[in-house]
Design a protein around this ligand. Sequence first.
Ligand SMILES: Nc1nc2c(c(=O)[nH]1)N[C@H]1C(S)=C(S)[C@@H](COP(=O)(O)O)O[C@H]1N2
Ligand SMILES: [Mo]
Length: 423
Amino acid sequence: MSEPENKVTRRGVLAGAAAGGAALAAGAAKAEGDPLITEVQPWAQGLGEGVDATPYGLPIEYESDVIRRNVEWLTADTISSINFTPIHALDGTITPQGCAFERHHSGAIELKKEDYRLMINGLVDRPLVFTYADLERFPRENHVYFCECAANTGMEWAGAQLNGAQFTHGMIHNMEYSGVSLRTLLNEAGLGAAGDLADKWVFVEGADASSNGRSIPMEKALDDVLVAFKANGEALRMEHGYPVRLVVPGWEGNMWVKWLRRIEVTDAPVESREETSKYTDVLADGTARKWTWVMDAKSVITSPSPQMPIPHGPGPMVITGMAWSGHGRITRVDVSKDGGKTWETARLGTQGDSKALTRFYLDIEWDGSEMFLQSRAMDETGYVQPTKTQLREVRGLNSIYHNNCIQTWWVKENGEAENVEVS
Ligand SMILES: Nc1nc2c(c(=O)[nH]1)N[C@H]1C(S)=C(S)[C@@H](COP(=O)(O)O)O[C@H]1N2
Ligand SMILES: [Mo]
C-alpha cells in the first residue's frame, strides 16, 4: 500500500472528542443540562416567515457549502469549463438541478422558448422545423437517468490526485426527465427516405456557438433517446440546456446535446471534433479507442470521503455511496474496508432503475481503526467494476476519458479521509 504522508494535525483533538462520545449510543444525547432541550428557544418565541417571503426557494443558509465547485487549474477559463456536483453531501439518487455539474464548450446560453426551433433534416421524407409549442403536443414520457461526462475521474489515471468525491466523481447528475422520444419525432419526419436503417446515423447539434455536434447510430436514436424539456419536474435550467436538451441514456454526457437545434439523418457518422480529437481514448500503443459511447459500471463511496470525515468516534456508522451503469441496472455493490482484500455486500437503498443512479449503504460498527474504503459495482450484464490496475493493464496511461476504476479512500483513526491508491 502506498500511504501518503499524514499531514493531519487535528488527530489529538478529534481523538479526545471521540473518547467522550464513544460512551453514548448513537443518537442518544442527554437532556439534562442541555439548553436546547430545557429552554424555550428563540425560534419558538416568535413567528416564522410568511408564505410570500420565498416565491421560489433556495436551500437554507446553513447548507451554503453544498454547491457546485470547480478546480481552477483544470481549464484556462470558466467558459469552456466544468464544475462538479457536491455528491459527497447528497443522499438518495436525484440530483437537484441547482447543484448538478455543468459542462460547457462555449458557455451557457440564454434561449427563449419563443425563439426555440428544432430542425430535423437529411435523409427524411419531410424535413421539419418544430417550435417549443409543437414539441409539447407529442406524447410525453418520464424517465430517470444519470448523465456522466466521459472525463469524470479523468484526472485520476496517473495517480490519486483530487481530494474529494466531488472532484474525483462529481461530473455526474441523475434527474427525472420529461420529454418526447426521439423515435416519435423521427417518425414524424418519416424515415422511408433513409432506406435500410441499420447503417444510418443521426447528427445532433446545439444552438450554442460550440454546437457540440455528435453522431449517434440510428439504432440508439430509435431506442431510448429523449428530447427533454423538464428535469425533476420543472423546466430545464439554462445551464442544462433550456428549453430543450437531448437525453442519451447510459451514454457519455457529451452526446447529451443541450439547446438542441438540429437533428440530421445521415448515412455515415460526421466524425466531428467531439468524436475524434476529443472523447476518444489513446491506448499505450498510440492507437485510439473510438465510439466508446456506453459508460461502464462504476461506483464511489460518497461518505465518508475527504470532504466528509467521520464526525464521531467508534461505534455505529453509515458508509454510503452511489453506483451506476450505462448498460442497465445495478444488481450489487460490494464494499471493502481493507483496500480490496475482503468484501461485504452493501444494501441497495433503491432498487436502481436502468441507467440511473443506485444508492447503497453499509451499516457498520466502526472499531476506530483506519480503513481503506472501496466500493465495487456490478450490473445486470454480469460486469464487475475493475480495479485501477486492471484498467491500466488494458488501457495504458494515455487516457483521460472513461475511467471507471474502483476508488480508494484512506480513512484514518481521526476520521479524516484521503484519496489514495492501493496496489
Ligand atoms: N450544446 C452543447 N451541448 C452539450 C455541451 C456543450 O458544451 N454544448 N457539453 C456536453 C458535455 S461534454 C457534457 S458532459 C454534458 C453536460 O451536461 P450538463 O452541463 O447538463 O451537466 O452536456 C453536453 N452537451
Ligand atoms: Mo463531457
